[in-house]
Design a protein around this ligand. Structure first.
Ligand SMILES: [Fe+2]
Length: 298
């Protein structure tokens, strides 16, 4: 046998994995090993740095709980979640509304509410009406689509981030026969990603502000259509051009209007947005991220 060195070890590792029966696992792992080895050679990774990285990843794992997913956060701040989302959606949902990140604060068990309901238990700020339609890519209404919404409060916290984590600032709605929906909420506040863990420490070491611009998350599904995971971002937010997790797209930037005579509830600012769902194409879920509780080890 030949002695391995910093160059030949790559080929040796690839050879040992070459008989992997699952072709996709074989392809993904071979590429991962090639890039990891190239990376270590490019930066001349030292044993101390490698150990620092192992400690960091261990800490990221320990930081995960039923209500916090530090690995998703790490993927988000590296731009990997946005990249996976972008390349998946480009071919999975042509003509549909642009997708955005699911993020770590989705809860699968949000209550189904009546049209027009207020999703904040205690609004504590001026109400904001959201309304619009869900259609197919030809503009035909989709009746009975389920719309899950979730957002931060006017002080920038999700319900999962307050002491009792009781369900708040989220809910599910169903479109009517014309594909219409409407609900009341409050203007969300932009927020810093959780900065008290290893990912936040890394962000500070990189001199990054850590903020996401104010937004409202949407997950919209109907039988026969590709599930849409997206968010609407508020144009006036100071971090609209420097989202910490790269989720903003121009088509998803919105501004409420003070008065809209066509809005289904009057007397408050409102925001109209129409969503288009692409036909189901068998591409599986486009959820980048998940209910944190669903990622807990058994
Ligand atoms: Fe969010």
């Amino acid at each position: 046998m030949d002695d391995l060195n910093a160059e030949t070890v790559t080929q040796a590792a690839l050879q040992q994995m070459a008989a992997t029966p699952d072709p996709r696992l074989r392809q993904v792992m071979a590429s991962l090993v090639r890039h990891l080895h190239d990376f270590a050679r490019e930066v001349t990774l030292t044993p101390e740095e490698w150990l620092t990285a192992i400690r960091f990843l261990t800490e990221v794992g320990h930081c995960c709980s039923p209500v916090r997913q530090e690995f998703i956060l790490l993927s988000d701040v590296l731009g990997l979640s946005a990249l996976v989302n972008a390349q998946h959606v480009a071919d999975a949902a042509p003509g549909g509304t642009e997708a955005s990140l699911l993020g770590p604060f989705f809860r699968a068990d949000a209550p189904l509410l009546e049209a027009g309901a207020q999703i904040a238990r205690d609004p504590g700020a001026p109400e904001l009406l959201l309304h619009g339609r869900v259609t197919d890519t030809a503009g035909q209404p989709i009746a009975g689509a389920r719309i899950d919404v979730w957002q931060t409060s006017a002080t920038g916290l999700y319900d999962l981030q307050v002491a009792d984590a009781a369900m708040d600032l989220r809910g599910a709605f169903q479109t009517d026969a014309e594909g219409r929906f409407h609900f009341r909420t409050v203007q969300p506040l932009g927020y810093q990603i959780p900065m008290d863990g290893p990912v936040g420490r890394l962000a500070r070491a990189q001199g990054r502000h850590g903020y996401r611009p104010a937004h409202i998350h949407f997950l919209i599904g109907a039988p026969g259509y590709q599930e849409l995971v997206t968010a609407l971002y508020f144009a006036e937010d100071p971090h609209i051009d420097s989202d910490m997790v790269f989720g903003v797209a121009r088509a998803l930037v919105v501004s409420p209007v003070a008065r809209d005579p066509a809005a289904p509830i009057q007397g408050m600012a409102s925001l109209r947005y129409d969503f288009a769902l692409a036909p189901a194409a068998g591409h599986g879920s486009q959820r980048v991220g998940a209910d944190p509780a669903s990622l807990q080890p058994a």
